[in-house]
Each structure stands twice: as structure tokens, then as C-alpha cells.
Design a protein around this ligand. Sequence first.
Ligand SMILES: Nc1ncnc2c1ncn2[C@@H]1O[C@H](COP(=O)(O)OP(=O)(O)OC[C@H]2O[C@@H]([n+]3cccc(C(=O)O)c3)[C@H](O)[C@@H]2O)[C@@H](O)[C@H]1O
Ligand SMILES: Nc1ncnc2c1ncn2[C@@H]1O[C@H](COP(=O)(O)OP(=O)(O)OP(=O)(O)O)[C@@H](O)[C@H]1O
Ligand SMILES: NC(=O)CC[C@H](N)C(=O)O
Length: 581
Amino acid sequence: MAQLRIALAQTNPVVGDLAGNADKLIAWTRRAADGGAHLVVFTEMFLTGYPVEDLVLRTSFVDASIAGLDAAAARLAAEGLGDLPVVVGYVDRANRTHRIGQPKGAPLDAAAVLYQGRVVARTAKHHLPNYGVFDEYRYFVRGDRLPVFRLHGVDVAVAICEDLWQEGGPVSAARAAGAGLLVVPNASPYEMDKDDVRFALCARRAGEAGCALAYANQVGGQDELIFDGDSLVVSVDGELVARAGQFTEELLITNLELPLGSGEPGEFPVDALDGTTITVERVVLSAEPLAAYPAEPPVVAERLDDTAEVYQALVLGVRDYVAKNGFQSVILGLSGGIDSALTATIAADAIGPDRVHVVLMPSRYSSDHSVGDAEELVRRQGLRSRVAPIADIVNAFEKEIELTGLAAENLQARVRGMLLMSLSNQHGHLVLTTGNKSELATGYSTLYGDSAGGFAPIKDVPKSLVWELSRWRNTQSTPPPIPENSITKEPSAELRPGQRDTDSLPEYAVLDRLLDDYVEQDRGRAELIAAGHDPELVTRVIRLVDTAEYKRRQYPPGPKISPKNFGRDRRLPITNRWREG
Ligand SMILES: Nc1ncnc2c1ncn2[C@@H]1O[C@H](COP(=O)(O)OP(=O)(O)OC[C@H]2O[C@@H]([n+]3cccc(C(=O)O)c3)[C@H](O)[C@@H]2O)[C@@H](O)[C@H]1O
Ligand SMILES: Nc1ncnc2c1ncn2[C@@H]1O[C@H](COP(=O)(O)OP(=O)(O)OP(=O)(O)O)[C@@H](O)[C@H]1O
Ligand SMILES: NC(=O)CC[C@H](N)C(=O)O
């Protein structure tokens, strides 16, 4: 057996910022070196950020990634870090350095081993995810080799993210190659409960690979995706050895006791048990095991509970969208209702209350408590607020053009949207849109009104969860940041006297259960009724959901927390005559 101290760099790259990500690679490698690590593993496509979407279709981008990798290898050596091997993800091109049986020049979701100023091994993701938020057959061709590098006597293999999620492939090849450790760079987006799935997956694959497994995941927000980190190390028996925190950057350093490798350097094909052949490529960096050294106990970070986890995901999603898009501040309409209250609270936790601007915009139908509750929230959290009554603007508009019924109601929401966008233009604030997933599902928002804005923090949060998150957040600090009345009052859009959400929608508890079955589970009408939903309600809600597709397409992006968000996860035609019969 031999000892190896590995460092998993759970960091937050920025898509397209190749120079900034390279700086981060150097800085975190230095930290790993200072921590006495013998190997440092960065995440999938760390140099370019992930996902880069159609950027990979540009030759200039792929060229920059390849050049950036070579430059990073040279820079590590120039800065005295060349003896610490670095595994890092980037974008490469097929057939550039080796044959992989694919058309020349197609992009690869690649990873490389950097050592002593050079790229000493390369690989590319073999299994390309093409479901949910992933479109990787659009972008990449699959890799068909497994690098195994000997480090202080231990054979270390490299597989990439989805390679763990499918049977066979690099995991089987790692077993065939007799690897002593499988390291896996990942960019695995957050979904509720996914941490448990990942741990079980890593434990199982370690057994299949016949070796310990080190899983390094990205952290941070990227448009609608949130990466939660939660990097981990499992033993060959599937026992948890070490685990990093969730939603936080962290260098996870772990001492491992691993078997010594045997076998000669060179290439050989193995049956990957998924109908393909993978070429194992062995290289030797250092054959001699290290002399024994004292090993500190491994770090196992505590898990957040389910509600805390979702809340932290939303906070990180907002923080990174704001920061990575160069905003200093956000603005939103604060109505005294729970959706805007929770959105403001998440924003304050993400970027600080002094950078959260709220506008109270009472209309002639606003209740007294709507202003009172909004003012109380502002006071408790120290937000920047202003009051802009909309009655005169609405009156002026109605003098010019006669509007009645829904058209008149929607005008109020539109005037508010216009005021927020005007203040955004004037002061550079990012407008936060406050709609929740139940509203998005049913089209319960006004186009160019309360659906206007740049980022929608709770768009993937059903109304029932909006209340749960608000109650949970109120237990976390004193005074509770959200006035109790905003949580307990009956939801109302206040667009006409005495209006209640339940005039147009069923109770949210009933609605959310049905939406979960229809939207998340994709159940048809007959299945929904068989599952116990009221047939009349099923007909009504399905119709609302189906005919609101055009509205959702125009809605701003927002953080995904569910297995199926409105966005990349669920793509339906707008022009669509299919109805669940
Ligand atoms: N297929 C399609 N493709 C593209 N555009 C399409 C379209 N179908 C209609 N449209 C357009 O959409 C318009 C209708 O949409 P829109 O103007 O939004 O209006 P609409 O959906 O008719 O009404 C808004 C609903 O949201 C509720 N609301 C509003 C504001 C806040 C809240 C709240 O919860 O706080 C609730 C309100 O009570 C009402 O039930 C049509 O006049 C048409 O211009
Ligand atoms: N009086 C108001 N002042 C400022 N903004 C408002 C006002 N009324 C509505 N808005 C904006 O329009 C959005 C939609 O209104 P809506 O009433 O649905 O949301 P809410 O009040 O936050 O929550 P709820 O639906 O639980 O009442 C609000 O979240 C808020 O951003
Ligand atoms: N980047 C990837 O290959 C991610 C795919 C994988 N199924 C995950 O969600 O973790």
C-alpha cells in the first residue's frame, strides 16, 4: 500500500473567462501545494466554465481552450508548482493529438493531467448526457480512452462526470486497468435530493471500478443552473471517507491509503462492457511510494437539511447571477405578499440588504396591510426602499385609452413593471421578477407586467414551498426577516377590489400536487385522474398549463432547484394543438 494526499478543488469558474479561471487554477494549486497535497483535481471543463453551450461550436473558443491548457501547464511550472500533478477539465478537439475514431475537429469535453510544465495525459468524456438540461450530443463527440498515471506508485485513472452515471465505459476500463484510485471531475447541477443520489452512485461505482473514488464537483451559479459542490471521496468498499460543504468553495484535502500499481507503461484496449472498446494509456509520473507521513483525519462536512439546501441554492443562484453579470444592485416591487417578501429576503442574503432596492407601488386597490407589511419587511432587513403610488399613472393611461376588466387589471401590473424597468435603466439595478412556479405553470402573471425583469429567483419554487422556505428562514435569525402577516395572509394579486388568487386558481396545496404530477412527472390526463385528482380540476389545470407556454418562454431565467424546471428541462412547442384527451 502507499499513501497519497489528494486535494479536490471545489471552486467556482466563470463561463468564458479562460484567463480568470486559469488564475484560479494557479491560486488553488498553490493552496493544495501548501496543504501538502500530491495531486489536485479540478472540475469538469474548469478552464472554460460549464456549460458553455454553443460557444464550443466556435473554432476560436476551442482554440483558446487548448492554448489556455498548454499555457496553464507552463505557468504552473514557472511558478514552482510543476511537480504537483493537476487534473483539470477543458475543451479539446477530436483527432488533434490522438485518434478516437471520430470526425476530425469535433469538440471534446476533455480533461488533462498537467505535470512538470506539460500535458502528460488527456481524456474526454465517454458518456455524453443528453437529457434534462444536457444537450451534449449537440456539442461533443465521445472520448474512448482512459488515462492511468502512476503517482508515487499508485495508478490513478480519470473519468468525467456522466461517465459515472452510465453502466460500463471508463469505470469498467478502470477496473480492467487495475487502477488504485479513480478521480472524477464533475459539473453536476443541483436538484433537490441529488446529493443522496450522487453519494450512492459514487459508492456503487467505486465497487465496480475496484478502487477508491474521488469526486470533485463545481460550485456556483451559471444562468439557471446551480452547482452545489458536495465533492466527496469514497473507499473501494463504498464507505464515505471525506465530503466537502454544499454551495461553498472548498479545497478538500484527504489522505488515502491506496494499493500499489503494477503493469508497464503504454496503451492497450479493453472491453468497456458498454459495447465499446476503450484504450487504456498508462504513463508513469513517479513510481516510488512515499515514505510514511502523519495523516490528519478526513473532513466530513455536515449536510444541510432539505429546506436549508434549497434556500442556499437560491441564494447562490442570485449572488452569482448578479456578480457574474456585473450588477451592483437589484430592484423589485414589494407588495406585502409572500412572493416578493421571499424574493427580497433571498436577495438580501445573497448580496447584502443595502444593495437590495424595493419599490412599494400601491394602487387604488391595494390594502392597507400591503404597504404596512412591506414597510415592516424593509425595516427588519434594512433594505433600500421608496414608495411610488401608481394610481395617477394608471388614471392618466385610462384617460387616453378605455380599458375594462382584465385589460384594466393588467395595466396596473404593467405600470409597475415599467416603473421597475425605468429605475433599472436609470440606476443600473437588475430587476428581480417575483413569480413562483405555480404561477408560471398556470400563466398567472401579466406579460410585460409582473413577469418583466432580468432574473427570477423563485420561478422553480412552487407556492407551497415558498411558504415553507419563508417559515424556515424566519427561524434562522432574530427578528424574523419576514413579517408573519405576509406568510399567513391569503394570497391576492390586488388588481381589483377583494381579489383572491383562489378566484382563479384552486387552493395551492391541491394545485401544487396536481402540477407536480402533470409537469414534473409528465402524467397524462387519464393517469392524473387515476392518481386521484379531481377530473374537472385536471381538465382546467391542464388547459391553463398548456396555454401558458408562450408566457413561460418570455419569462426571465431563474435558478433550477427541481428535477424539471421551466426552461432547459421542459421544452414544449408553443404552437401546439395536442391536448390531453
Ligand atoms: N400563444 C400566444 N403567443 C403569444 N402571445 C399570446 C398568446 N396567447 C395570448 N398571447 C398574448 O398574451 C396576452 C394575455 O396575457 P396577459 O396580458 O399576461 O394577460 P392574461 O393572461 O389574460 O391575464 C393575466 C392573469 O394573471 C393574473 N395576474 C396578473 C398579475 C399578477 C398576478 C399575481 O399573482 O400577482 C396575477 C391576472 O389576475 C390574470 O388572471 C394576450 O392579450 C395576447 O397578447
Ligand atoms: N402594491 C405593490 N407594490 C409593489 N409591487 C407590487 C405591488 N403589487 C404587486 N407588486 C409586484 O407584483 C408582483 C406580483 O404580485 P403578487 O400579488 O402576485 O405577488 P406577491 O404579493 O409578492 O405575493 P402573493 O401572490 O402571495 O400576494 C409582486 O411580487 C410585486 O413584485
Ligand atoms: N456534466 C455532466 O456530465 C453531468 C451529468 C450527470 N448526470 C449529473 O447530473 O451529474
